[in-house]
Design a protein around this ligand. Structure first.
Ligand SMILES: [Zn+2]
Length: 260
C-alpha cells in the first residue's frame, strides 16, 4: 500500500513538472510577440479556439489528440510534448537529487535548481527560435545566484566571482577578436550562471555546451543544412551544459581531477 501511494506521489511530481513546462511553453510563444504571459486563455494559435480544461493536461492531451488541434486539426508541434516530458523529468530529477521535505514537497535547494532549469528552458527555446536571449533572464539568474549564496553557501564568494568571469571573460575576448564568435546573450548567460554555479561547474557546463553544440554544428555542416558562414543559436547547447552542471558539475570535475 505504501509503495502504491509513493508511486502516485512520484507520478504527481512528474505531472507538476510537466504543467510548469507547459506554462513556460506559453511564455516561449508569447514573449517574442510582446504578448502577456499571464493573461489571455490558452488557445490554438491557428484557429483561435479556446482549449477545454482536459486539453490542458500536459503530455496526456497531446497523446489523446494524436498531436492535432481538436478544432482545425493543425499539427501541434512535437516540441511542446517533448518540453513537457523534459519538465516532468526535471522536477523528478530535482526531487531525487535534492530530496523532498514535509508532505513530499520539493526541498528549498531543489526548488532553486528547478527555477534555474525553468529559466534555462525558456532561454534555450526562445534563443532557438529568435537567436535572442533577453536580459531579464540574466537578471533572474543573478537574483537566484544571490539567493543561492545567502541560503546554501555551497561555494565561497570568491569561487562564485571567479565562476562569473572564468568562462565569460575568454568568451568576451574571443567575441571582440572574432566578430560573431559568441553572442552577447551567451556571454551574459555564462557570467550570471558562473556566479550561480561556481567555478568548477561553469567550466563543466562550457565543456558540455561546446561538445553538444560542436556535434550539432558538424552534423548540420556535413548534411549541408548549414554553410560554413551560417550561424546557429548556441544558447540551447549552453543550456544543456548548464543543466548537467547544475546537477553534477562539481562531482564531474572532482572525478576528472582525480586523474591528475
Ligand atoms: Zn486549431
Amino acid at each position: 500500500m505504501l509503495i502504491f501511494l509513493e508511486s502516485i506521489i512520484w507520478v504527481l511530481r512528474f505531472f507538476f513538472g510537466a504543467c510548469i513546462a507547459s506554462f513556460l511553453n506559453v511564455a516561449v510563444c508569447r514573449l517574442p510577440k510582446g504578448e502577456s504571459v499571464v493573461s489571455g486563455r490558452s488557445h490554438c494559435t491557428v484557429c483561435g479556439r479556446i482549449l477545454k480544461p482536459w486539453e490542458l493536461i500536459p503530455c496526456i492531451s497531446y497523446l489523446a489528440l494524436r498531436g492535432k488541434c481538436a478544432g482545425c486539426k493543425t499539427h501541434i508541434p512535437a516540441r511542446d510534448f517533448i518540453t513537457e516530458i523534459i519538465g516532468g523529468a526535471a522536477f523528478t530529477a530535482c526531487a531525487v537529487r535534492y530530496g523532498c521535505g514535509t508532505f513530499g514537497i520539493l526541498s528549498l535547494k531543489g526548488t532553486v535548481i528547478l527555477i534555474y532549469l525553468g529559466i534555462l528552458m525558456v532561454v534555450a527555446l526562445i534563443d532557438w527560435d529568435t537567436q535572442i536571449i533577453y536580459d531579464r533572464f540574466h537578471i533572474m539568474i543573478l537574483i537566484l545566484a544571490m539567493i543561492n549564496m545567502w541560503l546554501f553557501q555551497a561555494h565561497s564568494l570568491k569561487d562564485c566571482l571567479l565562476g562569473a568571469v572564468i568562462i565569460a571573460g575568454p568568451m568576451l575576448i574571443l567575441a571582440l577578436l572574432i566578430p560573431g564568435a559568441f553572442g552577447g546573450g551567451d556571454i551574459k548567460l555564462m557570467a550570471a550562471s558562473g556566479l550561480f554555479l561556481g567555478t568548477a561547474s561553469i567550466v563543466c557546463a562550457m565543456f558540455f555546451g561546446l561538445l553538444t553544440g560542436g556535434a550539432y554544428g558538424s552534423i548540420m555542416l556535413k548534411s549541408g543544412k548549414l554553410g560554413r558562414k551560417d550561424q546557429f543559436a548556441f544558447g540551447p547547447f549552453l543550456a544543456v551544459g548548464l543543466a548537467v552542471a547544475a546537477f553534477y558539475g562539481d562531482q564531474i570535475v572532482s572525478w576528472y581531477l582525480r586523474f591528475f
